[in-house]
Ligand binder design. Sequence first.
Ligand code: DGY
Length: 323
Amino acid sequence: MKPKVYATYKMPDDVERFMKQHCDIRKWEGEELIPRDVLLKEIANVDGLYSSRNSGGIVDEELLQSAPHLKAISTVSVGYNHFDVEAMKKYNVIGTHTPDVLNETVADLTFGLILSTARRIVELDRYVKKGNWKSTAAYSETYGRDVHSSTIGIIGMGRIGEAVAKRAKFGFDMDVLYYNRNRKQEAEEKYGAEYCELESLLKRSDFVVLMTPLTPETVRIIGAKEFKLMKKTACFINVSRGQTVDEKAMIDALNNGEIYAAGLDVYETEPVEMDNPLLTMPNVVTVPHIGSATAKTEDAMAMKAAENIVAILTGKGKFDKAD
Ligand code: DGY
């Protein structure tokens, strides 16, 4: 008998074909987020859950208690802060995630946010479209800041951080500083990255890029004190998770001119609430948590997540453990 899997994430056809070779699948077909009570009912009889951070994938004691046969949960994301890892250990459920396949794509978006904050691309797009480009005399009002030959400070030098460092060093001739819980020899050798304490990185960087996973140690790693240490000309980029930043302190720092701009892929509350002051600030560039959102990369992540769950449930092959 094939293992049973419930899928809340809408998988591409080739992924579904692959999964069906190895598992019996039931899927959530609704357009909206799966209601919690439906999920709790559906997982009562399955061996595996195939989900993602934004397809009802929050894994807690309640969910685990409702799933006596569950052996594996596979998330289509690299971040797995929506897993209660300790509870999963208690219930003998293995969690997997999708590292590596998204590194370059997230690094591309990071540079998109760096360029659009520094060169005010979104703001000036609106300026042109509103008919404000009336004369070349006021040209200085469109000035931004240089990205090339500046200093980037990467907080969290994981695999995505390294892909950012590569672009910074070889594409933009930037000096690369980094802060991480351990030293990264390879990044130092390949990209000339200099290890810094957080305080020193914040003081020296023109671009402060937050890439760290959300863990108890990184919750609000950047708050009022940290914004005050940054250069007034610094652009702050967050592509990690909204909870790594004290959002209110960031809003104050932007309002008080303590930093130049912010480029954000993530927010304390997602989807971001429409009355969030960040949405009305001209020096803030917002995108809706799209770090990995290209068709090619999302498909690769969906396949990797399928391979992970199949490997656990069939006992064959390797998987990317989320622990
Ligand atoms: C993930 O996969 O965890 C990231 O948030 C990609 O955007």
